[in-house]
Design a protein around this ligand. Structure first.
Ligand SMILES: Nc1nc2c(ncn2[C@@H]2O[C@H](COP(=O)(O)OP(=O)(O)O)[C@@H](O)[C@H]2O)c(=O)[nH]1
Ligand SMILES: [Mg+2]
Length: 443
């Protein structure tokens, strides 16, 4: 979905991450890349300028919390601003103990009929009793299309062979389903292409049927034109929510979503394919997270918080100074594990993913508990100066901890590796890595 936008945004981020330092020039060039990506996705120019100005200002002004690099901070800012651009989190709200009527409107070809079936199936899977009313009497084959889509999934369709007046069909259909279903979705015609006739038909159905929710379906491939379409509908009868369709093939999909959000309407769902299950609830944060490859903001914030809490300057000075103890090693391994448990969700967060790569996390967890018991069997001296541990000490420690010699040697090897690594890399990067792991100092 939105492949080229995703690729362009990710390229911009990679460029930022690869930059040797973050100065004003880096930020400016990053923001320019973002602008280009958004314009290409048909996001309205004014929106693009707004968002890039905010990203730039925040990127230059806001100080990252301890443990978070400026680069990560800038990515987080972009994430927040793009999410804001796509509107508030909102959900389709259904009332209990009544038959909710959803009226689905939109111009012909926008994807109404397909979306009626998708939404019906979606609600069915949530254990709602769902009925559908076929009120498109204009297009030949419309009723058959809807029945084919719905009935194979056990969704009942109300239709009439003889009645040509959509308002009457809706009234009859409502009577038919009333009290029997939790939700009834009305598929309307939309033949008139934004013209008065279509809007009038929508209004007269609405007046008679009094839908609980009026959902507008817009075609995501038309990009920012969605803005005027959404406004036109809203002015005639209040739109309670919007579904943006065809995002699977829409190079202008980003512009469509931004335009719809700019009208103040709620985007409830998006569809991204022709199969009945190609529909999903829309959440701006989740969507942007996926777009940028960041995963869930909650995890990100959790990590920021963790980094804020666990700064231990003494420890990092000790490690970098080459005087690492066994406890330091254990601490570092535990931090790796903690970050690792967030790995899935922060998979593409620049800088983080590489760090935990290669370590089998479940195995690490088990090894840490082995190491902990071994370290507990060491004397204070041994912990602080592991070099003194010879083979007779290894035997004693193994015995005392109920582990075998091999485990103790493995721990010692790890210690040596870590120490060599520190020696070889007494650099910015190491400081940065340690800081990310919660034992760093501020830059
Ligand atoms: N690729 C893709 N095609 C879609 C999607 N939603 C609808 N379509 C196609 O768009 C065309 C018009 O859809 P239809 O539901 O008949 O639109 P309506 O005239 O508004 O009822 C059909 O060929 C659908 O298969 C989608 O999410 N992705
Ligand atoms: Mg239709």
């Amino acid at each position: 979905m939105l492949e080229s936008l995703r690729e362009n945004l990710r390229n911009a981020i990679n460029k930022l991450v690869g930059a040797s330092s973050v100065d004003e020039e880096t930020v400016t060039s990053f923001v320019r890349d973002i602008q280009r990506a958004l314009i290409q996705a048909d996001v309205n120019v004014k929106l693009v300028l707004d968002i890039s100005e905010r990203v730039k200002r925040r990127a230059l002004e806001e100080k990252p919390p301890p443990g978070i690099s400026r680069k990560d901070q800038i990515v987080k800012i972009l994430y927040e601003e793009l999410s804001l651009m796509l509107g508030q989190e909102s959900k389709l709200e259904l009332k209990r103990d009544k038959t909710n009527i959803i009226m689905m409107v939109g111009i012909q070809g926008s994807g109404k009929t397909s979306t009626v079936a998708k939404l019906a199936r979606y609600l069915l899977k949530k254990n709602q009793k769902v009925g559908v009313i076929a009120a498109d009497t204009f297009r030949p084959g419309a009723v058959t299309q809807l029945r084919t889509l719905c009935e194979s999934f056990g969704i009942e369709v109300y239709y009439s062979e003889s009645e040509k007046n959509p308002v009457k069909i809706c009234i009859e259909g409502k009577k038919y389903f009333e009290g029997k279903k939790d939700v009834v979705i009305i598929d309307t015609a939309g033949r008139h292409k934004e013209e008065k006739g279509l809007l009038e038909e929508m209004e007269s159905i609405a007046r008679e049927v009094k839908p609980d929710v009026n959902i507008l379906v817009v075609d995501g491939t038309i990009g920012q034109q969605c803005y005027s379409q959404a406004l036109a509908f809203h002015q005639v009868y209040p739109v309670g929510g919007i579904i943006v369709t065809k995002l699977d093939g829409a190079s202008k999909g980003g512009g469509a979503l931004a335009a719809v959000a700019a009208t103040g309407a709620k985007i409830l769902f998006i569809t991204n394919g022709e199969r009945i299950d190609d529909i999903e609830e829309f959440s701006p944060t989740r969507f942007v997270g996926r777009l940028l490859g960041l995963g869930d903001i909650k995890a990100l914030l959790e990590m920021v918080k963790q980094a804020e809490v666990e700064v231990d300057e003494k420890r990092v000075k000790r490690i970098i100074g080459g005087k690492m103890t066994m406890n330091d090693l254990l601490y570092q391994l535990e931090q790796t594990k903690k970050l690792g448990s967030l790995r899935k969700i922060v998979e593409h967060l620049p800088g983080i993913s590489g760090m935990v790569k290669g370590e089998d996390l479940e195995k690490l967890e088990e090894r840490i508990s082995v190491y902990r018991s071994i370290i507990q069997s060491m004397t204070k001296e041994e912990r602080e100066n592991p070099e003194m541990i010879n083979s007779s000490r290894i035997k004693r420690i193994a015995l005392g901890s109920g582990r075998n010699d091999k485990d103790v040697r493995e721990l010692l090897t790890r210690y040596k590796q870590m120490k060599t690594f520190v020696k070889m890399n007494r650099s910015r990067e190491l400081r940065q890595m340690l800081r990310r792991m919660g034992s760093g100092v501020n830059e």
